[in-house]
Design a protein around this ligand. Sequence first.
Ligand code: ATP
Ligand code: MN
Length: 602
Amino acid sequence: MERVLAYELARYIDQKVKLRGWVHALRPFGKLNFIILRDRTGLSQILIEEKESFKKIAHIQVGTVLSVIGKVVKSEQAELGYEIVDPLIEIESLVKDPLPIEYNKPEMNVDLEFILDHRPIALRNRKLQAVFGIQAAIAHAFRLYMHDIVRATEYFAPNIIGASSEGGAEFFNVDYFGYTATLAQSSQLYKQMMVGVNERVYALMPFFRAEKSTTSRHLAEGKQFEFEMGFFDHWHEILDVQEYCIKYIVNYLHEHCAADIAALGGQIIKAPEEVSFPRLTFAEAQELFFQRTGIDERQEPDLSPAAERELCRYSSEQFGTDLLFVTDWKIEKRPFYSCPNSEHPSLTNTFDLLCNGTEITSGGERRHTYESMLEGLALKGMSPDNFTDYLSIFKYGMPPHGGFGMGLERLTMTMLKLKNIREASLFPSDTKRIAGNRIKAKIFYGGENIRGEILHLLKNAEMEFQHLLHEPTPTSEDSARVRASKLEEGVKSIILRGKQTKKNFQVNILAHQKLDMKAVAEIIGEKCEFEDPLVIKERFGLEIGGVPPFGPLLNLETFYDEGITLSETVAFNCGLPVESIVMKGQNLITLVQPKIGKFSKN
Ligand code: ATP
Ligand code: MN
């Protein structure tokens, strides 16, 4: 029997069909029991009337893969309009463990970090599925637009290259057969070479950027839409291509992704076809920001995030579009290949496109003569020796040309009004994660490594301390005894979990104190519970008795009870239940920099 998909059921009323998919929910009501089944097109409902038949499968967990043969009937009650009755159920892949994250709820209502910790499973959530369905459609629409409308040629540039493509410090080096290579920050140099070949070119390229600060809009790895064209009468033609490109993509999404957009509550930017994106020069943009807010950033070389948001608000209020161009940027803020403006050489023929408050694209006209390129490199203090291949194209004829680079994740985030770019990357990399996984650097993971790092920090800071080896100490009293210190000097380090967000925190109190869960809930903003020792072992490589008051080394937001700040001497386990450190309370605070409050009752 051939498989039928959930969205086809209407065509099979009163017929027998075979469905295959994942158990999305089990709804036992005694007489009437339901299985909700998920396939790639949506959900379907299966009715099991007999208690006995339901009992046979009641042990299965969400995620179990089933094959179901049954009759399709129309049902007024069923939310989905149809249901399968008299089912013959076969388990294709049994799941015995309960879900680590409730992806089958419409709203997971947990912290983004928790979602990322369970990424492979969390991605099955309907909303996340919609985000990445739309992301795929964005990429497809970009290619259609470039191929069919602009008639540009797709190119495939290398990702391991010899020198940094954009200059600056934000690149990764890799060992390349004993030499040092760089991971491409963009395919800028290659797309210009390809203009010499095909005039109009585009790509969807990986990029790698060693962004050291953590923001809500930067990733260490992502994808970039690249476009470059030769021969134009005015460089603003590049902006035209960019503008139509965005409108094409938005139209495409409305036409092909209506269900996904609806799943996200209709949250998508406005870019009506008949409204041109406003084009302001950088100077005009600064002036407008000043006029609208009274905040004077007119001497700044760059737009602040607040200014970017305000400019998009202006565009939305005045014109009903969420996008806006800022052109004519100062030369010191743009890369060496940017073409200076012929009338104002301190400015460049460049632009950024802002979308819903954030930059999504940078682009512009490039220098196109050999002499001008050398001048551009010299201006930035860069050596032409690293760019021999690239420079050769300007010796052998390059037309006036330019283009843009647009981040796929940035575009997805801003188009769908997501709060954090990590929501728009399947397996995001940043300073704390590689491909979605928390970086378990040695200093962060496992008792020995954490102890080593604490000793290293203490020695570096030239602080006095005692490092004690002793028997394991199950209670605070035992600890005080083997350390020959007072009970009131002991620090208890507790790892908590937010009940709602599932986020971990560390709270530290003195050994004779009791944790005041109400006070904790207040400062953290939600009710908390103790994290499971097995999870602590798994996640941090620590035994409960070894957890040190150095939450930041575990990547945890860390709180100290004010009692600790008043304690002259403090003693604590430094990663292992059999090792302690005794030191000055003030020094500990200086090293850890915790948030301080009152979380204890005596
Ligand atoms: P920003 O100023 O936001 O750090 P940028 O000006 O350094 O970005 P460009 O070199 O102009 O970035 O890159 C072109 C586009 O690529 C950006 O407009 C953005 O959409 C995307 N992009 C650049 N860096 C990142 C990053 N670290 N994470 C995600 N997207 C990025
Ligand atoms: Mn930029």
